[in-house]
Design a binder for this molecule. Structure first.
Ligand code: PEP
Ligand code: MG
Length: 592
């Protein structure tokens, strides 16, 4: 479990220019960086030779562009118009004349003369109002780079020759580089510089490979061979993801692949049934960088912030300030109406590098979640202080994981009260009425739900663990995944008990396990009476669409009938048939 040999996970955020999620081996694509030489030309002969040298570099550059054009002529989906634009720039009278005049009048070498022309162009473009036009300076720069390379005689690595499956990491990719990418091999790319409307971005979109640009410094953070995840939808790149993160991104990828564009269009509409019953929709996030994507996929708030990811692969425990700045950014996130911050659920399947979490025989049943926090009170208090401080900046709810009985939540609340008291004494503002909730993910908590409901403001059902513990199947053991059955009658009964206990006590019941994002189950969950569903952001649009197309009445009828069956198979079959009939576009028969 302790992952000392693993490289540190880091997350970079940039501009997602081509949607999709991909993980793979990084390849640092290098073009030699060369200093622009400067020298004076002493004789007239040298000056006229220099003009010839410049014109030859122009010609060679033009030929290269024509070659690329020829090479890609039968590539589908690519509009090579930018190549014509680049060829036009090469021939642009002002561009050429300006540089030649610099050579002649200042008696300087071509490289320097070109550099002066480029800075003049940069100045002209910088003043343009229109963003699209302003970004066209990039085309001039790419052409300038090409001419400079030809003048220097140095060649760049050829991108078209890459023939293993990799993700390209580069300072920048010119559109001419991008267009030559072999999309069978290059899975995605990430660059230090670039903008949304650059040709590079446009090409990435047209060849449908995920891409993130404007990451500023990724070329210094990544080495060839490192594993990276490129999330072009959220504009995030994760370097050396640990196995838990990798798994979550595999799930996200699956959701992305089944999502149609028209779903996104309606994503911001509320999740209200045709008979006017509203469900709150939350997003499960692991990183702050995911928030903009969660909002654009239609979330109301953050339904589960898995804070243990702040710890993963860190050598030092995060400080209160580090916690606070993360939580503040979440609760203040644009478009985020409320945020449920879960205290850390370290241990179990969440890998950590903290040696204090000694290797355990059976980590899922070990010192994890709230047990660990109640054991390491000082560490717990650091996090609670930070969450409470953030609560002064936006609607915050606090969520305790792995509660197995009343004593644990009472103990956690006692510590929370102490922390609140300390903060008040220090005059630090907090939301005094911050809502407190618990995860219901241990079967004993289900059985005690009526008593637990008296202690808290809300429940959030964690089906990932609830299924694991109830059906006795290790959630990370591939050999038993076939037994992982969310629609198992026992699971439906457990959820029903929790919702009833919560509602009898007048508190809301959410669900934040993966089951909540499974659109085939949306009607069953509606029928079960859940007040909030929180899920991976990419699952939101479809779940909302299903809810908007249903009635509470039909969902209750579906549930009542489903609950009469004794096996998972029967329920699954019955629910599937209903969903295919009711939502044929979303559940085509071929999916079976
Ligand atoms: C769950 O157990 O369902 C849950 C949401 O928590 P996690 O997946 O982080 O254990
Ligand atoms: Mg859990």
């Amino acid at each position: 479990m302790v992952t000392n040999e693993m490289k540190k996970t880091s997350v970079l955020s940039g501009i997602g220019v081509s949607p999709g999620i991909i993980s793979g081996k990084a390849y640092l694509f290098n073009c030699p960086d060369f200093q622009t030489p400067y020298y004076k030309l002493k004789t007239n002969t040298l000056v006229s030779n220099e003009v010839k040298r410049f014109k030859k570099a122009l010609k060679d550059s033009g030929q290269e562009l024509l070659d690329i054009k020829e090479k890609i002529s039968n590539k589908e989906g690519i509009d090579p118009i930018f190549l014509d634009v680049h060829i036009m720039i090469l021939k642009d009278r002002m561009f050429v004349r300006e540089t030649v005049e610099n050579i002649r009048e200042q008696r300087i070498n071509s490289e320097w003369a070109l550099k002066l022309t480029l800075s003049k162009y940069r100045e002209i473009f910088r003043k343009m109002e229109d963003e699209y036009l302003r970004e066209r300076i990039n085309d001039v720069e790419y052409v300038g780079d090409r001419i400079l390379r030809n003048l220097s005689g140095k060649t760049c690595e050829s991108i078209s020759e890459i023939d293993e499956e990799i993700i390209i990491i580069a300072r920048d990719l010119s559109p001419a580089d991008t267009v030559q990418i072999n999309v069978e091999k290059v899975l995605g790319f990430a660059t230090d510089i670039g903008g949304k409307t650059s040709h590079t971005a446009i090409i990435a979109r047209s060849v449908e490979i995920p891409a993130v640009v404007g990451l500023e410094n990724i070329t210094n953070e990544v080495q060839t061979g490192d594993r990276v995840i490129v999330d072009g939808t959220a504009g995030v790149v994760i370097i050396n993801p640990d196995p838990e993160i990798l798994k979550r991104y595999e799930d996200k990828k699956k959701h992305y692949e089944v999502m149609a564009e028209d779903l996104i269009k309606d994503a911001s509409l509320p999740a209200i049934t045709m008979d006017n019953h509203r469900i709150d929709i939350g997003a499960n996030i692991e990183f702050i960088e995911e928030i903009p994507s969660a909002v654009s996929h239609g979330t109301d708030g953050v339904g589960l912030y898995r804070t243990e990811f702040i710890y993963i692969n860190k050598e030092q425990l995060p400080t209160e300030e580090e916690h606070f700045s993360s939580y503040k950014r979440v609760v203040e996130g644009d478009g985020v109406k409320w945020s449920t911050i879960r205290t850390f659920d370290l241990g179990g399947d969440k890998f950590v590098s903290d040696a204090r979490l000694a290797e355990e025989m059976n980590p899922a049943m070990g010192l994890r979640g709230i047990r660990f926090c109640l054991h390491e009170v000082e560490l717990f208090k650091v996090q609670l202080r930070a969450i409470l401080r953030a609560s002064a900046y936006g609607k915050t709810k606090i969520l305790f994981p792995m509660i197995s009985g009343v004593a644990e939540i009472q103990e956690a609340k006692k510590i929370l009260r102490e922390v609140k008291h300390d903060l008040s004494a220090e005059g630090i503002p907090i939301d005094e009425n911050i809502e407190i909730g618990i995860m219901i993910e241990v079967p004993s908590a289900v059985m005690m739900a009526d008593k637990l409901a008296e202690e808290v403001d809300f429940f959030s059902i964690g089906t990932n663990d609830l299924i694991q513990y109830s059906l006795a199947i290790d959630r990370v053991n591939e050999r038993v995944t076939y037994l992982y059955e969310p629609l198992h009658p026992a699971i439906l009964r457990l959820i029903k008990l929790v919702v009833e206990a919560g509602h009898n006590a007048g508190i809301k019941v959410a669900m934040c396990g993966e089951m909540a994002g499974e659109s085939a189950y949306s009607l069953i969950l509606l029928g079960l009476g859940l007040d909030e569903l929180s899920m991976t952001p990419l699952a939101i649009p479809r779940v909302k669409k299903i809810i908007r197309g249903s009635t509470l009445k039909e969902s209750r009828e579906l549930l009542d009938r489903a609950m009469t069956f004794s096996t998972f198979r029967e329920i699954e079959e019955y629910v599937r048939r209903h969903m295919i009939k009711r939502f044929p576009d979303d559940f085509p028969l071929s999916d079976q």
